[in-house]
Design a protein around this ligand. Structure first.
Ligand SMILES: [Zn+2]
Ligand SMILES: [Zn+2]
Length: 267
C-alpha cells in the first residue's frame, strides 16, 4: 500500500532533532511522497533544501494567510523565483483564515478590515501566479468560505488545486468540486466528534479526494496527544476508507493517483 502525505510542515522546529527518523518511518509506513509546504517567504529556502536532501520529499512555496500581514506588498516575484526549482510541485500554503481576526475579541469588526484586505491581496497574488505557472495551488480555508470562494470562482477552468485540511460542510464541498478542485483530509477526519465531516467525505467523487497530516499539527487518532508526523497519514486513510465503505487499499490507490496527477509528482 502506497500513500502520499499531501501536506506537511517538515521545516517546523519540532522536527529539528529527528527528521531523518521521521522520513524513514514514513517510508516504512508506505508514504512514498511527502509534500512539505512553506508558510512564509522566509521558509521557502528551507523547504527547497529538504526537497534536495530527501528523495521522497517535494516542496510547495507560498505565503500562509497568517504571514500576509508581515509579507512584502507583492510576493509574486519572490515566489516565482523559488517555484523554478524542479521539486516545487505547487504554490502554497495560500488561502484565508478569519479565526484570529484582531477585532473579534473586542467585538470590533471595523478593526478586521485591514487584515482581511491583506489576506485577500496575498491570496489573489498566489492564485494569479499559480494560474500563470500552471501549478496547482494549496488552499487553507478557515471560517471565511464565502469570501474565499468568491476569489477562487473566476479561476474556474484555468486553475487546479486542493482545499487542504478540509473541515467545511457539504455545501462548500460541492462548490469546491464544481470548481474542479480537490479536497484533502487531515487527522481531523479521525476525531470521534467529526461525524458530519465523514459524511461529507463519503459523498465526494473518488477522483477528487486526498489525504494529508498537516504535521506537526492535527495528529489523528490514536496519536492525538503526540506530535504529528507523515507516517500517521495511514490512520486518516483508514478513516476515509471506513467513511466511504471501501477497503483501505482502494483509498490508498485513489488518493495516491489523485496526488500524482494533481501535483505531477517527480518523486
Ligand atoms: Zn492550513
Ligand atoms: Zn499547513
Amino acid at each position: 500500500m502506497k500513500l502520499v502525505d499531501t501536506h506537511a510542515h517538515l521545516t517546523d522546529g519540532r522536527f529539528r532533532d529527528d527528521l531523518d527518523a521521521v522520513v524513514q518511518r514514513a517510508d516504512e509506513a508506505g508514504v512514498g511522497t511527502i509534500i512539505t509546504l512553506a508558510a512564509a517567504l522566509e521558509e521557502c529556502e528551507a523547504v527547497l533544501k529538504l526537497a534536495e536532501r530527501f528523495p521522497s520529499v517535494c516542496a510547495a512555496v507560498g505565503v500562509h494567510p497568517h504571514a500576509a500581514g508581515v509579507s512584502p506588498a507583492d510576493v509574486t516575484d519572490a515566489l516565482a523565483e523559488f517555484a523554478k526549482h524542479p521539486k516545487v510541485v505547487a504554490i502554497g500554503e495560500a488561502g484565508m483564515d478569519y479565526h484570529y481576526l484582531p477585532g473579534r475579541m473586542q467585538q470590533r469588526p471595523d478593526l478586521d478590515a485591514p487584515t482581511k484586505a491583506g489576506q485577500r491581496r496575498v491570496f489573489t497574488q498566489q492564485l494569479e501566479l499559480a494560474a500563470r505557472l500552471d501549478k496547482p495551488i494549496v488552499i487553507h480555508l478557515r471560517e471565511c468560505a464565502a469570501d474565499l470562494l468568491e476569489l477562487v470562482a473566476p479561476y474556474r477552468g484555468r486553475l487546479r488545486g486542493v482545499f487542504h485540511c478540509f473541515s467545511e460542510d457539504s455545501d462548500v464541498a460541492r462548490r469546491v468540486v464544481e470548481m474542479g478542485f480537490h479536497i484533502s483530509f487531515s487527522g481531523m477526519l479521525t476525531f470521534k466528534k467529526n461525524e458530519t465531516l465523514r459524511e461529507v467525505a463519503a459523498q465526494l467523487p473518488p477522483e477528487r479526494v486526498m489525504v494529508e497530516t498537516d504535521c506537526p499539527y492535527m495528529s489523528p487518532e490514536p496519536h492525538r496527544s503526540k506530535r504529528c508526523e507523515p507516517s500517521f497519514v495511514v490512520h486518516t486513510a483508514a478513516a476515509l476508507a471506513t467513511a466511504r465503505g471501501v477497503p483501505v487499499e482502494t483509498v490508498a490507490r485513489q488518493t495516491t493517483e489523485n496526488a500524482a496527477r494533481l501535483f505531477q509528482l517527480p518523486c
